[in-house]
Design a protein around this ligand. Structure first.
Ligand code: FAE
Length: 545
């Protein structure tokens, strides 16, 4: 467990928390706490002063700061704890040979790249299981999310980017940017374990040849590139390359989890939170309803599922303080359902509104034969093409890996575009499900912006797009999925300026649903920093005796 991080980086509380996670995993508990024996009792905690729904970035920050304030906190997470090796000795399966651990209750993987040379060689049949990556399908948009203790941190590319200050201020006009950039962004980066690649190693290693080729083409176009920090331990990565540490980023691992090197939340915020002794995490428990008791406390209904997905228990929980960290989809769904079914009828009309994809579009370019990108590619992106300052066509394009283990001459990108389109969720009373109003027309602007930038790059380098990566229809721009769902309970609209849900005291949102659809860079540092800001304010003002 600790091989992923150097010992000096671990605090005593993190070591205690990791021990709790390890004990729970070894004994097969779905309830995790420092006192595992107590946490393992069936009904050890059904009321708690504070409950946190979800264990991604927003949930993890809430849990840690509540626990450090001495408030006993229960975290309810619908995914499983990813800490037990499978029959192959690994916790996570690889992207090249996915098995049941890869995806959330699917019989076939649904990777972002559907095809290669138009061939259906990427996706594979798997067994149904609470795997780590989910792709949630709406009518005209699908959303990738992480499932498990650590949420999106388990499956993401680790890019830890602080947004340009001017754009942050544009998106959050009521938030004090001095305070964010002086206090909360640095606090978030430190707790997340953000680090940067050694530039000398980057320039010399075969593992980032694909990035250097894309940089060369961007520079030839007159575009600026920038190094991007990451939470993957670059010291570990250098040892992987040297053959002295087990390979993870250099073994194609990322969207189905990293077995080594990644400082996911279970190794940072959540480990420290568990180490306080004030936090218990229940896994495989999905909250489906929120209501309010006559005394103003909150009542939650949660279904516990087994590894086949069967509901084995339905539980009620009570709490005084309720923190929603289910992510943009999870939190918005819970609040929308509560408003529309009348269990929290006074929620603002703006709950469900202001949702966007962070302008995500994925695309590939075909390089000349002499511009080899290398069979060996690290899965952790470290550079972006930064044309955000171009006010007419804002794009920040992450230079993404395509680690097939073979030379393929593809330059792949995840473009974050300044698409101002927003959509709303609605609640279908018949099915009890939420619908998303995002359409292909909303995505069209993202595609136009990405096309404008990459047409320039292709023109300057005499290259063309790849037509074979996103299905048999020769689609060039993958505009029908997002990695960055944002909004639905936007800060200052559905909540006050600190994430307090309007109309309901002691109910808070701490996750990506607060961000109004776009933040211009990869979002988890912003989500973490905003959650830090909310928790500082709430603990100072709302929880005093
Ligand atoms: P999130 O991390 O999604 O956590 C929500 C948690 O709540 C999950 O564990 C859910 O299982 C759980 N949950 C939801 N509903 C319920 C319920 N009803 N009951 C119990 N539990 C529930 O939310 N961002 C970056 O900044 N850099 C990257 O490099 C990057 N790469 C990405 C790559 C991929 C493949 C994906 C999918 C995402 C990537 N992201 C990246 C996005 C990032 O992971 C995402 O913005 C954050 O994880 C969102 O954090 P939240 O706290 O909002």
């Amino acid at each position: 467990m600790t091989s992923n991080l150097t010992q000096r980086q671990l605090t005593r509380r993190q070591i205690l928390g990791m021990a709790a996670l390890q004990t729970a995993a070894t004994l097969g508990f779905t309830r995790i706490g420092l006192d595992s024996a107590r946490a393992a009792q069936p009904d050890a905690v059904d009321t708690a002063p504070a409950i946190v729904i979800g264990s991604g970035y927003g949930g993890a920050v809430a849990a840690l700061r509540l626990a450090q304030a001495g408030i006993r906190t229960l975290v309810l997470e619908m995914g499983r704890l990813w800490n037990t090796p499978g029959p192959d000795g690994k916790i996570f399966c690889s992207t090249r040979t996915p098995d049941q651990r890869s995806m959330w209750f699917r019989t076939r993987t649904e990777a972002p790249l559907g095809t290669f040379l138009w061939l259906d060689v990427v996706n594979q049949d798997i067994g149904r299981y609470p795997g780590v990556l989910d792709r949630v399908h709406f009518a005209q948009m699908s959303v990738y999310v992480g499932r498990g203790v650590g949420g999106g941190s388990l499956v993401n590319g680790g890019m830890a980017v602080t947004p340009p200050r001017a754009y942050f201020a544009e998106q959050f006009p009521t938030v004090d940017a001095d305070e964010m950039y002086g206090t909360y962004f640095p606090r978030a980066r430190a707790a997340l374990g953000v680090n940067t690649v050694d530039p000398a190693w980057f320039e010399s290693t075969e593992w980032y040849r694909f990035t250097r080729v894309s940089r060369k083409h961007a520079e030839k176009t007159g575009l600026r590139t920038t190094f991007v920090p990451n939470v993957y331990d670059f010291g570990h990565m250098a040892r992987e390359a040297a053959g002295t540490a087990p390979k993870s980023a250099l073994a194609g691992e990322v969207i189905y989890g990293n077995n080594h090197g990644k400082r996911s939340l279970d190794k940072t915020y959540l480990a420290t939170a568990l180490g306080t002794g004030h936090v218990t995490i229940h896994t495989l428990e999905k909250v489906r309803a929120i209501s309010r008791a006559p005394d103003g406390s909150y009542v939650l209904t949660a279904d516990r599922v087994d590894e086949t997905g069967r509901v084995v228990e339905t539980k009620e929980y009570g709490c005084t303080y309720l923190f929603l960290g289910g992510g943009s989809l999870g939190t918005t769904e819970l609040l929308l359902r509560a408003r529309e079914t009348g269990t929290l009828p006074d929620l603002a009309p703006s709950v469900g509104a202001g949702w966007g994809t962070n302008g995500n579009v994925m695309l590939g370019r075909a390089n000349h034969l002499w511009d080899t990108v290398g069979a060996n590619q690290s899965t952790m992106p470290v550079m972006g093409i930064d044309d955000w300052a171009n006010a007419d066509n804002r794009v920040f394009a992450e230079i993404a890996p395509l680690p097939t283990g073979l030379e393929h001459w593809v330059s792949l990108y995840l473009a974050i575009t300044g698409n101002p389109e927003r959509a709303s969720f609605s609640y279908d009373t018949g099915s009890g499900e939420v619908r998303l109003g995002w359409t292909a027309a909303h995505s069209a602007l993202s595609v136009a912006m990405a096309r404008k930038l990459f047409d320039r790059i292709n023109a300057a380098n005499s290259t063309i797009y790849r037509y074979d990566l996103f299905g048999s229809s020769s689609k060039v721009f993958a505009d029908d999925f997002t990695y960055h769902p944002l909004g639905g309970c936007v800060l200052g609209r559905a909540t006050d300026d600190y994430g307090r849900v309007k109309g309901y005291p002691r109910l808070y949102v701490t996750d990506g649903s607060l961000v109004p659809g776009s933040i211009g860079v990869n979002p988890f540092v912003t989500i973490t920093a905003l959650a830090e800001r909310t928790m500082a304010r709430v603990l100072a003002e709302d929880t005093a005796p």
